[in-house]
Write a protein that binds this ligand. Structure first.
Ligand code: ADE
Length: 419
């Protein structure tokens, strides 16, 4: 481990590779370049510290650089013990960023690093999963009066924050960046779709074609994973608790059934629900020999890993793949049941993180511009900013679109024109 006054990373010697990876990501995240240029001129974050608990990846580094260009001081830690890219963390440390993260963090270090971010006394917070906001509210409420606001990246975090809001426990404004259409309809769908399969492939090198792939959850992430698995030749089975989503899955051409039935049929199981115990020991007992389990939901609670450990003898057979011997059969678990796309692969590709993180950057600017005007609670970024993100991203990709003519605008606003 390499540490200094204000960083703790695996190995500073990895910084060169990290810098090259960040540069590659920058080239694929055109919109972040556009925002960085504007922020560099306008300095919206001058004299402000932003505390971040996000996956420390090359894409997150691009966001960090964008905020720094706008005058921010950053303190950052990871939001999952297995998702940090050590080369990127080293590059950030070399750039003078207060970064505390390494891949394979102990639980103790995970929380020690969150405390370090809190110690930087941030006026703005960016969370992925809500751990930073949770820590500030439970252990450091003295910071709250000086906090302008925060933002949240993921569905799981939004669920936690809304629960806090309902209990009147949330004491500062949070922008639900996850709920931007340029986030959950792109990143969750195309990003999770591709990166989840990428993680499973890197961990197992299994052939997807011809396999029965059981996907727990048919929200935007589950839809994305189902679509990609189907595209690679899998027979997709969906399990759901929501009738509408289950109906969507049926109409998209997938088999839908309870997990108890799917457990007997599946070759590969992927959980993406945001809830706990989607795959229990009872389900595992019903599974076929050689079944592969993976989770792409935020926390490692969707598969009952502790139950699995009691059920069978564990052996690490490959990087990020554990084999459990259960009676006469073998069951395989990817990435210890943690986010397989970040633990066994590199998370969502840069192109799709571009619009997610443009949302984060604009949410930070929006909070500063509206300092003192927003009430504590969870709210959305104005739709005009969400649309601006889509427009800027298209611009950066060189894609042009049509615009409404005056006649068309008039038609859309009139109720008198009929048959
Ligand atoms: N969440 C999913 N993929 C990610 C990535 N590449 N960077 C940061 N957060 C992510």
């Amino acid at each position: 481990m390499n540490s200094g006054n204000d960083f703790e990373v695996k190995d500073l010697k990895l910084a060169g590779q990290g810098r090259m990876s960040i540069e590659l990501a920058e080239r694929r995240m055109g919109i972040m370049g556009i925002l960085k240029e504007r922020f560099a001129k306008e300095k919206p974050f001058k004299n402000l510290t932003i505390g971040m608990a996000l996956h420390v990846t090359k894409e997150t580094a691009v966001l960090v650089r964008t905020l720094v260009a706008g005058g921010a001081k950053i303190a950052i830690t990871g939001c999952n013990p297995l998702s940090t890219q050590d080369d990127v963390a080293a590059a950030l440390a070399e750039e003078g960023i207060a970064v505390y993260a390494y891949k394979g963090e102990s639980n103790e270090d995970y929380y020690r690093y969150l405390e370090k971010v809190v110690k930087a006394k941030p006026q703005l917070t960016i969370d992925d999963g809500g751990d930073l906001v949770g820590l500030i509210h439970t252990k450091h409420p003295e910071l709250i009066p000086s906090i302008i606001g925060g933002s949240e990246e993921t569905t799981t975090g939004i669920i936690r924050l809304r629960a806090m809001e309902k209990d009147r426990a949330l004491k500062y404004p949070i922008i639900a960046v996850n709920d931007n259409k340029t986030k959950h309809l792109l990143d969750n769908y195309y990003g999770t779709g591709q990166s989840t399969l990428d993680g499973i492939l890197r961990a197992t090198n299994i052939l997807i074609a011809g396999k029965k792939v059981v996907i727990g959850g048919y929200g935007p992430c589950g839809k994305g994973v189902s679509m990609r698995a189907k595209g690679m030749g899998a027979n997709v089975v969906v399990t759901e608790v929501d009738a509408f989503r289950a109906l969507q899955a049926v109409l998209d051409g997938f088999e839908v059934m309870p997990m108890r039935e799917a457990a007997k049929l599946g070759d590969i199981f992927i959980t993406v629900t945001g809830d706990k115990n989607v795959i229990t020991v009872e389900h595992v007992k019903l599974m076929k020999d050689n079944a592969v389990l993976a989770n792409s939901g935020h926390f490692d609670v969707e598969i009952d890993v502790k139950g699995l450990e009691k059920l069978g003898k564990k052996r690490r057979v490959r990087w990020q793949l554990d084999e459990y011997s259960i009676g006469g059969k073998k069951i395989y678990l990817c990435a210890e049941g943690r986010l397989v796309n970040l633990a066994a692969a590199e998370g969502h590709p840069s192109e799709v993180m571009a619009t997610s993180f443009a949302g984060q950057a604009l949410a930070m600017e929006y909070l500063v511009k509206n300092r003192g005007k927003l009430k504590p609670g969870v709210s959305m970024l104005p739709e005009s900013l969400d649309d601006e993100i889509a427009g800027l991203q298209l611009n950066s990709m060189g894609v042009k679109i049509d615009s409404l003519t005056e006649e068309q605008k008039k038609y859309l606003s009139s109720w008198k024109e009929g048959t």
